[in-house]
Design a protein around this ligand. Structure first.
Ligand SMILES: Nc1ncnc2c1ncn2[C@@H]1O[C@H](COP(=O)(O)OP(=O)(O)OP(=O)(O)O)[C@@H](O)[C@H]1O
Length: 264
């Protein structure tokens, strides 16, 4: 990665429909290589659709003027290569792993961008990588347990491990702390901070201010499919912008590098 690399993401005039409903409305934004950002917005704002559009699950309409839809300087991507290059962790993914599959197998499935292993050939190099990731995420001791016998927090770590097998330059986290209790939330934050300080950029999608780790300095506010704010978090994570974003009066409190909404 150097100063001449194209941005990670360049979107201009990206409009996406689900059926008749416009879910992304002429989005324009750029995210630099190596830059960590949080996309914050209420339920239904279009955040997941935005991520799924990056991953080429959805495509912008082309009949509303010129569109730029570029990842790492490229307009076209092999979808498998794209999904391997950028690790993604979402709740949908966690729900997909309901069968008897161990945490370690979940990590290994990242090599095939699959939900299970289905008799794929696992090379010794893949095994070594999975073990290294398990150790990094501090889940080596539970990696042979089935996913169905892990807590949400433990299972989430294996999904992060799955996303890390190709050593992605960007890790995309879509509502990563849903259903985590306070202990699991703390452990999760520590894990993401460790990954960020190891040089991986984080794109975090959330409606929880407290998910925004101190390493993320840029916040993009999304509402009704549009970007309604984009800038440094100390400006945007303030009473006015957050109250308007969620249509409820809140007071923002900052503590130890994290932001919390109170008083609603
Ligand atoms: N596959 C789909 N088909 C039809 N409508 C959809 C589909 N996916 C999402 N939507 C609708 O698009 C809108 C935006 O949904 P999206 O999941 O992108 O928002 P979000 O900001 O991620 O919300 P949440 O925080 O609740 O997950 C919602 O009104 C949703 O009902």
């Amino acid at each position: 990665m150097n100063a001449h690399d194209p941005p990670f993401l360049e979107f201009e005039n990206v409009t996406v429909f689900h059926g008749e409903k416009m879910v992304l409305d002429s989005l324009s934004l750029a995210i630099r290589r190596g830059e960590s950002v949080a996309i914050l917005g209420p339920n239904g704002a279009g955040k997941s659709t935005f991520i799924r559009t990056i991953m080429r699950e959805f495509y912008p309409v082309l009949d509303r003027g010129p569109v730029t839809f570029r990842i790492c300087g490229r307009d076209t991507w092999d979808v498998f290569a794209l999904r391997s290059a950028f690790g993604i962790v979402s709740n949908d993914l966690q729900y997909a792993f309901t069968r008897e599959i161990t945490g370690r197998e979940v990590i290994l499935s990242g090599f095939f961008s699959s939900i299970g292993l289905f008799n794929r050939e696992i090379t010794p190099e893949m095994e070594r990588r999975a073990d290294k990731i398990s150790a990094f995420l501090e889940v080596g001791h539970i990696c042979n347990r089935p996913m169905t016998e892990l807590s949400s927090g433990e299972a989430r770590r294996f999904l992060i491990g799955r996303a890390m097998v190709h050593d992605p330059e960007v890790l995309i986290l879509d509502e990563p702390t849903n259903s985590l209790d306070l202990h699991a939330l703390h452990a999760f934050r520590q894990t993401i901070r460790k990954i960020a300080s190891n040089g991986t950029a984080i794109i975090l999608v959330t409606h929880n201010l407290q998910d925004i780790i101190p390493e993320i300095v840029r916040v993009i506010l999304m509402k009704n499919g549009s970007i309604v704010g984009d800038g440094p978090k100390e400006q945007l994570l303030a009473d006015g912008p957050v109250s308007r974003l969620f249509d409820v009066p809140v007071s923002i409190r900052k503590d130890d590098g994290y932001y919390y909404a109170t008083g609603y």
